[in-house]
Each structure stands twice: as C-alpha cells, then as structure tokens.
Design a protein around this ligand. Sequence first.
Ligand SMILES: [Zn+2]
Length: 124
Amino acid sequence: MRDLSGACLCGAIALQVRTDAVEARECHCTQCRRQSGHVWAFLTVPWDAVEWSVAPAIYQHSDKADRGFCAECGSYVYWRERDAGTVDLSAGLFDQPTGLHLGPPSFTGNKGDYYQVSPWTPSE
Ligand SMILES: [Zn+2]
C-alpha cells in the first residue's frame, strides 16, 4: 500500500488515496470522450479509500452514476456508480511520480474517428 496525492487544476480539491492499485485504464467510449474532451484515463479504487479536502460537486450522470467535478475550475475528478463501492478517479489528478502504468484500453470500438489506438503492450 502507498499513498497517492493529487488535486484538481485550481487546487481547491485535494485528495489522498491509500491504495495498492497501480494500473490506470483509458476509456474510449462516447460518454468518456464527451465528458472529458477526448480519451479519459482513470484509476479505480474503493470509495472509502479516498480522503477529499473538499467534497467535489456532483453531476448526476444517470439514476445510477455520478460525475464529480470542481465547482471552482470545472476539473473532472471522478466517475462513480453509486452502488458499486468503488470510484474511478481521473488519472491526471495525481502528483508525480504516480507509480502507475496504463493498462489495456476499453471500448476502443467506440473511439472517435479522428485518431488511431496504438496496439497495447504491457509495461514491465
Ligand atoms: Zn478546481
């Protein structure tokens, strides 16, 4: 286990995560592309493992899921299925070195038509 720290763009939201998760994922689905602006990368951790300096604002994505964001700067900080017990944190929030590596991409069949997805190769 280690502690990851991170923040939104303006710093109003800071977070600490105690986790052994090391594999971030990238998602090419239409939902992730539209709400992030391109491909969204995230780290899945237990909801209870995250300590927030300030609770993110919530956009109710559906009757099951929320997206957390900073009310000051608009940064997209998480996506969460309310009943899942986990949260997908935007990978770009974390302070470096993150100790993370990128796993295989998801939903490449729904990717945008303006880019190619390179064949995935595991990092060592
Ligand atoms: Zn912010």
